[in-house]
Ligand binder design. Structure first.
Ligand SMILES: [Fe+2]
Ligand SMILES: [Fe+2]
Length: 319
């Protein structure tokens, strides 16, 4: 068999596996484009989890009670865990974790635009749980059926934790809405600031999303950005009503004909600005991540030295 015949045989097998809704595993042959797309998507997702620890992490020392502090600590720690599973999933594709971190820190790889907005009050912690984790769930539940096995399996556990995050955010907001007028004002202010950036989490509109079609064909992605955004709006409107907050969109209304809510146009110029590095907190987020990476260098060095010593000892014991 010639090399070209061999490749086309492998390609056929890959296409059949995808068509049958079976999973591609790390040792399976896969097209280079599929591998590259997955490394890009999984590493951006991992970076988002890790950078996503910062906006809420800033409130750990200022939580209003021990109970809220314990909840917030656990939530931020979950996000670290999500980042670690996802870096591991990227490693199964041959990516190098140090290199991925370097690409995050020097701006060659992106993370979700949402984490470049500031958290101005404790109500932001609740709104992030409700809206940001809520949007993450809409995006991520379909990824549990992603064609790449390690990614799909990581997403199952991540989604369980995200849905817990969403509930804790909603419960926090419910508590504040039952509180003083000042607390209700804080919640409304946080909703006003986070609503549009949350809708931007689904990415550019379908007609402006160059990688989507390929990812859908490979079943890495299952629904388009606009479909998922609509699903999120439809899910969130009744929750906002139950909470007693107003969503800051004068065009938001139920459309009987479509069976969905209509909503206003997003500020795509803002989205492009924030994703390309010019949001309110981009520089700060990267500076904090860089400092954490530098401060942690001795831990990584010590871990490598320890592993080498253990390996040496094991060899000594055999000899
Ligand atoms: Fe997460
Ligand atoms: Fe989360």
């Amino acid at each position: 068999m010639s090399a070209a015949e061999e490749t086309s045989r492998l390609e056929e097998h890959f296409d059949r596996t995808i068509a049958r809704e079976q999973r591609i595993e790390p040792r399976d042959w896969m097209p280079d484009g599929y591998r590259r797309t997955l490394v890009r998507q999984i590493s951006q997702h991992a970076h988002s989890e890790i950078i996503g620890m910062q906006p809420e992490g800033e409130w750990i020392t200022r939580a209003p009670s021990l109970r809220r502090k314990a909840i917030l600590l656990a939530k931020v720690q979950d996000e670290a865990g999500h980042g670690l599973y996802l870096y591991s999933a990227a490693e199964t594709l041959g990516a190098d974790r140090d290199e991925l971190t370097a690409m995050l820190i020097d701006g060659r790889q992106k993370y979700s635009s949402i984490f470049n907005y500031p958290t101005l009050s404790f109500a932001d912690v609740g709104v992030i749980g409700w809206l940001v984790d809520g949007a993450a769930i809409c995006n991520q539940v379909p990824l549990c059926r992603s064609s790449y096995g390690p990614y799909a399996r990581a997403m199952i556990r991540i989604c369980k934790e995200e849905s817990f995050h969403q509930r804790q955010g909603y419960e926090l907001l419910m508590t504040m809405m039952r509180g003083t007028p000042e607390q209700r004002t804080m919640v409304q202010d946080a909703v006003d600031r986070w609503w549009w950036p949350s809708l931007m989490m689904f990415g550019p509109p379908d007609h402006d999303s160059p990688n989507s079609a390929r990812s859908m064909a490979w079943k890495v992605k299952r629904h388009s950005n606009d479909e998922l955004r609509q699903r999120f709006v439809d899910m969130t409107v009744p929750q906002a009503e139950a909470l007693g907050v107003r969503l800051p969109d004068p065009d938001l209304r139920w459309n009987d004909e479509r069976g969905h809510h209509d909503f206003g146009e997003l500020d795509w110029a803002e989205f492009k600005r924030v994703i390309s590095g010019d949001g309110p907190c981009n520089a700060q987020r990267i500076a904090v991540r860089r400092a954490a990476h530098d401060d942690g260098a001795w831990v990584r060095e010590a871990a490598v030295a320890h592993a080498a010593k253990q390996a040496d000892r094991a060899r000594g014991a055999v000899a």
